[in-house]
Ligand binder design. Structure first.
Ligand code: SF4
Ligand code: SF4
Length: 201
């Protein structure tokens, strides 16, 4: 096997793929870095009005190195840009239950439930991942500081994926989000330049 130690994040990116007006990661993700600490679901203070970073050349390393999965999946069309799709896709390794323990999977952060409810591209992708045993988790953006409450889709959508029933897959995603919304919420706050857990107000 050839040495991969000199491969950088940039080497994995689809050439020419640009964030454009999308600002999803700069709004919805939390950041805890020496240069910047940001709560989830709070716009970064450096985010410009029309998109883009006002400190681009000196942005934190974590921002420089982070890309959503759309940037490194050439099979995904421009429609998959998170702000257009209503979904931000990430590669993830979570503490998945059996039979997914130790597997890499996908995290779908739903930004816009209405767009998702009829999105056949999303249904086809989720269905194909479930059929090939790739763990898929879904969560919805929350209030400022709120941590996502992810739900595993694989068990709930197994039959819909087998049936290739796109609408049942989409309905199942929305149902999983609604069930997650009923779970106890967890929040973060910033204290002494760190993110710490806190109780809701
Ligand atoms: S979510 Fe993806 S496309 Fe959107 S701004 Fe972040 S990296 Fe760019
Ligand atoms: S510093 Fe720039 S790249 Fe990083 S989250 Fe803020 S706006 Fe986005």
């Amino acid at each position: 096997m050839s040495d991969i130690s000199d491969i950088t994040v940039e080497d994995t990116l689809v050439p020419g793929r640009e964030c454009g007006e999308c600002t999803a990661c700069c709004q919805y993700l939390s950041i805890e870095a020496e240069e910047l600490v940001k709560l989830p679901n709070v716009k970064c203070q450096h985010l410009k009005g029309g998109g883009g970073c006002s400190i681009y050349s000196s942005r934190p390393k974590i921002c420089d190195q982070w890309y959503c999965a759309w940037h490194s999946m050439p099979q995904m069309s421009d429609e998959w840009r998170p702000d257009k799709m209503g979904v931000m896709l990430e590669f993830c390794r979570e503490n998945f239950p059996d039979p997914f323990t130790g597997k890499a999977g996908y995290r779908f952060t739903i930004l816009d439930k209405e767009k998702v409810a009829t999105n056949r591209l999303l249904a086809a992708f989720v269905g194909s991942q479930i059929l090939t045993g790739v763990p898929c988790i879904v969560s919805y953006i929350g209030e400022p500081g709120e941590l996502p409450t992810p739900a595993l889709l694989n068990f709930a959508l197994a039959q819909a994926a087998l049936d290739k029933n796109g609408q049942a897959i989409l309905d199942g995603i929305i149902k999983a989000l609604d069930a997650s919304a009923e779970q106890p919420k967890q929040y973060l706050k910033i204290e002494d330049g760190k993110l710490i857990s806190t109780k809701p107000n």
